[in-house]
Write a protein that binds this ligand. Structure first.
Ligand SMILES: Nc1ncnc2c1ncn2[C@@H]1O[C@H](COP(=O)(O)OP(=O)(O)O)[C@@H](O)[C@H]1O
Length: 504
């Protein structure tokens, strides 16, 4: 090489380095590649139109990427990458990426549109928004932290779970923007808002198509956090070796007559973990509280927890008042937080076992409960529809001792083969009589709405437990005097009561 050639080489190297330092060369290279791809694409289109031949680039995509693009998650992934490239103004890369992936120019826009339409995510971005991929990543990392918390690595404290409740009030709902973290795919944004109360994991949920590697991917983040708190409690219980003592001994199925589910006590095991289901006014509170006295386990009524909270000066009070007075359900995460708090307080006092009344009320709540603990038995109390409204309207509570009474005298005539029913009023003792109050949600309009919501959202919970062989259907034959002995019989507890009273 002569001097001139060497000088030219040095100059070329210098220019290249300078350009590389300034990033100019990389840009030129990208531009060049993009132009080459564009030229081939253009040529492709001509060939395709003129000769009906398959385009040169189409089909060039490697097998691995092709397989991924065949799945909805793979297409969505590619669309998110494109959205990022556009956001980052990496237009040359985008021009190379799309043809190399064997995808049409605007495929990714329609893919995102379809995804947002089907899943309820509003993917509209404002000027300050980052790329969607970043939201997905942030959502994932949040979820990962939570999962680790759930997995036993890190306990989520009550303070944390409650602080999430507060932040929920100020955070933008997912449905209005994905900012703040798109949850892992498969969790519908609609569940973050009103649909959250629908309790159906089927609602807009496309787990089959957009699968993720976690079981609970349909749960909103707040619910996961709250259920993690619940699960922590459960882990503690397990550590204390408090396992089941009463469980259906047979296949657990019962018929509609409330025939006994055989229960077998298992000594040295944990106390009962029962659930009471039933329409508003059916008497869940009455019978659950009697059984709790008999079995020595706490009766935990989520309705009571909600009322305590709404009567407090806490941050949720006014929000809860409004929801309850309209007969609506409180959101899953609030309920689960209240329940976790109550269980934790009970645990600190040495309580074990429970009879839950009013929880779960949605399929989602049932799934969460099922995921964190083993419920032994679910008692579904049933009463003729016309008695329910009258019972709610006649319900009175002593403002001092909290005692529950009923001033209604219910006398339903038997007709068309249906048996009649008489329920005498349950009047308060004299010292409570002047202190009776009525629940603000026990008005005719609100009770009717509560009944409607029960049928819509809580009825499926009956089927949920029926399928798991845990449901005991119990038709109340009348008031407490007729019903209580029959219920004890159905629960195989009649002897237990006798023994308990003898021991007392
Ligand atoms: N598990 C729950 N999920 C959602 N909301 C609940 C739940 N439990 C109680 N609530 C709220 O508290 C209110 C009162 O509950 P509760 O006393 O159990 O009423 P009911 O007599 O209708 O069974 C409900 O109408 C609802 O707003």
């Amino acid at each position: 090489m002569d001097d001139y050639a060497r000088e030219m080489m040095d100059l070329k190297t210098l220019v290249t380095r300078t350009l590389e330092k300034k990033g100019v060369l990389a840009k030129i290279r990208a531009e060049l590649r993009a132009s080459v791809f564009e030229a081939i694409e253009e040529e492709d289109r001509v060939v395709e139109n003129d000769e009906g031949l398959p385009p040169a680039l189409l089909g060039s995509c490697n097998e691995r990427a092709k397989q991924l693009h065949a799945s909805p998650s793979g297409r969505l992934l590619t669309a998110l990458i494109c959205e990022y490239l556009e956001w980052a103004q990496l237009n040359h890369t985008l021009k190379v990426y799309l043809p190399e992936c064997n995808l049409q120019k605007d495929f990714w826009k329609s893919e995102l549109k379809e995804f947002s339409g089907k899943n309820g995510y509003d993917l509209n971005r404002n000027g300050d928004s980052g790329p969607l991929l970043l939201d997905v990543l942030e959502g994932f990392l949040k979820f990962e932290n939570l999962s680790q918390g759930r997995g036993g690595g890190r306990r989520i404290s009550e303070a944390e779970s409650l602080s999430s409740l507060d932040s929920r009030n100020v955070r933008r709902p997912f449905s209005s923007s994905v900012a703040g973290g798109l949850p892992p795919l498969g969790r519908p944004a609609s569940s973050q808002t009103s649909d959250r109360r629908a309790g159906s994991s089927m609602n807009g949920y496309r787990k089959d198509e957009y699968s993720w590697r976690y079981d609970s991917d349909e749960l909103p983040e707040d619910v996961i956090r709250a259920s993690a708190a619940l699960e922590n409690l459960q882990l503690d219980r397990k550590a204390h070796n408090l396992t089941t003592s009463w469980r259906p001994a047979g296949d657990g199925m019962s018929d509609d007559d409330g025939r006994a589910l055989p229960l077998s006590p298992e000594p040295n095991d944990r106390n009962v973990q029962w659930v009471f289901l039933g329409c508003p006014g059916v008497g869940k509170g009455t019978y659950a509280s009697r059984l709790s006295n008999l079995l020595g386990v706490p009766h935990i009524a989520t309705g009571d927890l909600v009322r305590e909270e709404l009567n407090s000066s806490g941050p949720l009070a006014s929000q809860l008042k409004e929801i309850v007075n309209q007969g609506q359900l409180v959101s899953d995460e609030i309920i689960i937080n209240l329940l976790s708090k109550r269980l934790e307080a009970g645990e600190a006092k040495g309580e074990s076992g429970f009879i839950l009344d009013g929880f779960p009320r949605t399929i989602r709540q049932a799934e969460i409960l099922e995921g964190v603990t083993d419920i032994d038995l679910v008692v579904n109390l049933k009463l003729q529809e016309e008695a329910l409204l009258a019972k709610c309207l006649g319900r009175r509570i002593c403002s001092e001792c909290g005692g529950n009474y009923n001033v209604a005298s219910i006398d339903i005539k038997g007709e068309n083969g249906k048996p009649g029913m008489y329920m005498a009023p349950l009047l308060p003792p004299p010292h409570c009589a002047s202190k009776l109050i009525q629940r603000s949600d026990d008005t005719e309009v609100v009770v009717k709405e509560r009944l409607r919501i029960y049928n819509e959202m809580s009825r499926p919970v009956e089927e949920f437990y029926h399928q798991r062989g845990k449901l005991l259907e119990f038709n109340l034959p009348g008031g407490i005097p007729e019903s209580w002995p029959k219920l004890l019989e159905a629960l195989n507890l009649e002897d237990y009561e006798v023994k308990q009273s003898a021991a007392a």
